[in-house]
Write a protein that binds this ligand. Structure first.
Ligand code: SF4
Length: 347
């Protein structure tokens, strides 16, 4: 099959053109070259030096990481751009707020084995990679102890024994970090073992990588994902319609063609998507990409993210306004995650 990239490689005038990265290395190289310097981020987006101290203060708490493919969707010179707001470190992150803590979902209490979180009946979450392609400033895992949850293959086997020993489990959820930041070899290895657990029916992948580096959805990934006997669900994380460009659309089409059910969860974020028009456009754009809106989460109270909060009353009003303009199947469910509850809690 000739892909877009291989077609480029076969062009007769290739010696005079900039050469594309090798197909297998493209997303890894983009990941490795992501911006990790807050001043560089400001410079590249035309933000003046007044932004540097705040960006550096936030970066000291949770490092900046923005891949080029995402940067290209941000309007230069606009500090209120909704995509930039999600990735630009700010001085506000250092402000201590009552109720905002390092582990707002008490996940550490639900980790019975390395790389495994078991909170809800019937499904478990596997931390398949500690890394992300983008560091979202509101992330509820910004303080997560990934170093204690990065199993070796031998440790994975004992973690998988936990799944083998519990026939009530029907679904394995790959999470992180971002699970798709792991290599295809590692993911294929893990999924092959999950397939061998007869009571597992579904593989769910929670990821932002197809959004921030759409080239992640390549032939190698579709090879192991398309081949699994498990039903496949991918829960993307998109907060604003501007995140869905043509490359993201193409990646979603490839996933759908491979039999992957696509859902989206968003976080309701002050200054990013806290108005009815923005949320409506997001749902419409998601559906154009073949993705169903699934959850609209209120912010988890993680230390460093209080400036993104939208109070419950306002959140309910926004969703009521959204219901007036959208068909039911485009309505995300407004939820909060409360530690110890048996499921997400509708608001
Ligand atoms: S991609 Fe997901 S896990 Fe990674 S920083 Fe963003 S919200 Fe957190």
């Amino acid at each position: 099959m000739i892909t877009r990239s291989s077609a480029l490689l076969q062009r007769p005038d290739r010696e005079t053109q900039p050469q594309p990265l090798p197909i297998q290395a493209r997303w890894q190289t983009q990941l490795a070259r992501a911006i990790r310097d807050p001043r560089e981020l400001c410079r590249r987006l035309g933000l003046d030096e007044a932004w540097w101290p705040g960006a550096e203060a936030g970066h000291a708490l949770f490092e900046v990481r923005v891949p080029e493919a995402y940067l290209a969707r941000i309007r230069p010179g606009d500090p209120s751009d909704p995509l930039l707001r999600q990735v630009l470190p700010l001085a506000e992150e250092a402000v201590t707020m009552a109720g905002y803590v390092a582990d707002p979902l008490a996940e550490v209490e639900h980790a019975p084995a390395p790389g495994l979180i078991h909170k809800y009946a019937g499904r478990v979450l596997l931390i398949a990679s500690p890394a992300c392609a983008v560091n979202c400033r509101y992330c509820f895992r910004r303080h997560f102890p990934y170093e204690e949850n990065a199993p070796s293959r031998a440790q994975w086997e004992s973690t998988l024994d936990y799944l083998r020993g519990d026939p009530s489990l029907h679904e394995a959820i790959l999470s992180g970090g971002d699970p798709l930041a792991a290599s295809d070899r590692q993911l294929a290895w893990l999924v092959e073992r999950l397939e061998g657990i007869s009571h597992l029916k579904r593989l769910r992948i929670h990821t932002r990588l197809p959004v921030v580096i759409p080239d992640r959805i390549d032939d190698a990934l579709l090879g192991w994902l398309g081949a699994t006997r498990l039903q496949k669900v991918m829960v993307l994380h998109i907060n604003h319609a501007n995140e869905i460009d043509e490359a993201v659309m193409a990646a979603c089409r490839r996933l759908s063609a491979a039999g992957v059910t696509l859902l989206n969860q968003s976080v309701l974020l002050r200054g990013v998507n806290d108005d009815v028009g923005t949320l409506c456009t997001l749902s419409e754009r998601l559906f154009e990409a073949g993705i169903l809106p699934y959850y609209l989460h209120v912010l988890d109270p993680v230390a460093g993210a209080a400036h993104f909060d939208v109070v419950d009353e306002e959140a309910r009003k926004l969703v009521a306004g959204l219901r007036e303009v959208l068909p039911g199947f485009l309505m995300p469910r407004l939820v909060r995650e409360i530690p110890g509850e048996a499921s997400k809690t509708p608001l």
